[in-house]
Design a protein around this ligand. Structure first.
Ligand code: 5AD
Ligand code: SF4
Length: 458
């Protein structure tokens, strides 16, 4: 930054992020893109010159939230004398496009997930009142090439997007339409970003993708050969100095290959945690969902994963009330949960998404039936989560310290299983990996006492 830049007053930037981890990553990258233009984060939209809503389209509720938030922003924009620029990014932007500007004229810019590298150009167009206010082309690799190489991250854990889009076309899901076809970044590109993160003190990287285990990125230029798989990528990133922990999210059962499973057993940086959405335990419903696997296939994958890494913690996603789901189908899902045992899970009522095949299917399930099923399923999952957390009492685990706690002298971090762990310790331990013995648990967190701090801490 030269002296002229430093003298420029910062413009306030406020990004509100909805939805998945990929959106969290995208929001960080939008901050990187806007930083050279003088945009600095502010605490709330009222202080911002630019407000970006990074949106999620996956369920109807998420989409509705965007329109109600835009209503609030419109009032703030009027109060600012029109100074505020409002941008809508992410999957609602991709899906609704110009309709967004029509429904809420206070919106200045609409940009899909593959266009956020064009933000500076679009802001310039708005300020000059020329050109298009909508960018919803699919140009994933162009985006990654255009993004600033340097990232500024906060804290010792970071996301790194390695793959975007999805070709699976599950019949309930909008992702193939909003994020486009499946595309992987090159290994060289990913490793350069991972090294940059390590240089900033990042010790845990979560590799992200809508279908992350379908990853097939170009092999390193120096090595050549066939595209690499996610297993190869994980083993390679594990060798980067300073990177102690690797996670990946979210996977599909169909892409859970033997090498990736083996990596959980032979690569110590791979965390013993797997988020593998199964959606349903009924083969009839899995077929109608176009999942391409059965409940037995899922059980077989879990058997192999547990053979490779017996202490693995499992997470999944479930949908209740998919069209045609009977009480028996739902019971099959409950059975699958009982037989597997999850550390944690996400569960949703089926939400009808226009344009997806399931939205037109017969046998849409009444809302009260969906409600009852969701309650029963979540109650079972809560019990399993409580049991899993309690089973950790007495164990000593490596905790990545991520921040200070609510009480003075308390700090907190994440266990290998992603559990929140609170314990006594100085703030100087933030960013380090501590050995912590678990002494108490609840459904949402664990309490421990520090045994030692890893000496190889960065
Ligand atoms: N209704 C409810 N849940 C959905 N998901 C995706 N689409 C829908 C929908 N139409 C859930 C799936 C997926 C997670 C990210 O969101 O469980 O794994
Ligand atoms: Fe959606 Fe299915 Fe693709 Fe996951 S695998 S993003 S649920 S279409």
């Amino acid at each position: 930054m030269n002296s002229t830049d430093a003298a420029k007053p910062a413009k306030g930037l406020f990004i509100r992020t909805y939805g998945c981890q990929m959106n969290v990553y995208d929001s960080e990258r939008m901050r990187d893109v806007l930083r050279p233009l003088g945009y600095a984060p502010v605490d709330g939209p009222e202080d911002a010159d630019l407000v970006v809503l990074n949106t999620c389209h996956i369920r109807e509720k998420a989409t509705e939230k965007v329109y109600s938030e835009l209503g609030q922003l419109k009032k703030m924009k009027e109060a600012s004398g029109g100074r505020m620029t409002i941008a809508v990014a992410g999957c609602v932007a991709q899906a609704e496009g110009e309709e967004l500007i029509r429904r809420q004229p206070a919106v200045d810019l609409v940009l899909g997930p593959q266009a956020y590298h064009k933000l500076p150009e679009m802001i310039a167009r708005v300020s000059r009142a020329v050109g298009d206010r909508l960018e919803t082309e699919f140009e994933t690799l162009e985006k990654f090439d255009a993004l600033p190489k340097a990232r500024e991250v906060d804290g010792p854990a970071a996301f790194l997007s390695v793959q975007e889009g999805c070709d699976k076309f599950c019949t309930f899901c909008v992702v193939p339409y909003t994020r486009g076809a499946e595309l992987s970044r090159s290994v060289d590109d990913i490793v350069a970003e991972a090294r940059g993160l390590a240089a900033q003190g990042v010790r845990e990287i979560t590799l992200l993708g809508q279908n992350v285990n379908a990853f097939h990125g170009a092999a390193p230029a120096l090595e050549g050969g066939a595209d690499w798989t996610l297993g190869q990528l994980c083993r390679h990133i594990a060798k980067i100095g300073g990177i102690d922990r690797i996670r990946y999210s979210t996977s599909h059962p169909r892409d859970m290959d033997d090498d990736l499973i083996a990596a959980h057993g032979d690569t110590s940086a791979m965390m013993p945690f797997l988020h593998l959405p199964v959606q349903s335990g009924s083969d009839r419903i899995l077929k109608a969902m176009n999942r391409g696997h059965t409940a037995a296939d899922f059980h077989e994958i879990i058997r192999k994963v547990r053979a490779a890494r017996p202490d693995i913690g499992l997470a999944s996603d479930f949908i209740v009330g998919f069209p045609g789901e009977t009480d028996e189908d739902f019971e099959a899902t409950m059975d699958l949960i009982r037989q597997t045992g999850f550390a944690t899970a996400y569960s949703f009522k089926y939400s009808r998404r226009p344009g997806t095949p399931a939205a037109e299917m017969h046998g849409q399930v009444p809302e009260d039936v969906k409600d009852a099923r969701l309650q029963a399923l979540q109650s079972l999952l809560r019990d399993q989560q409580t049991t899993f957390n309690a089973s950790c009492i007495g164990r000593t685990m490596d905790i990545l310290v991520t921040g200070k706690g609510r009480r003075p002298g308390q700090i907190h971090g994440r266990s290998p299983y992603q559990q929140a762990v609170h314990f006594e310790g100085p703030e100087s331990m933030i960013g380090q990996i501590a050995s912590v013995r678990m002494i108490d648990s609840s459904m949402n967190s664990l309490t421990g006492e520090c045994v030692s701090v890893r000496e190889d801490a960065a």
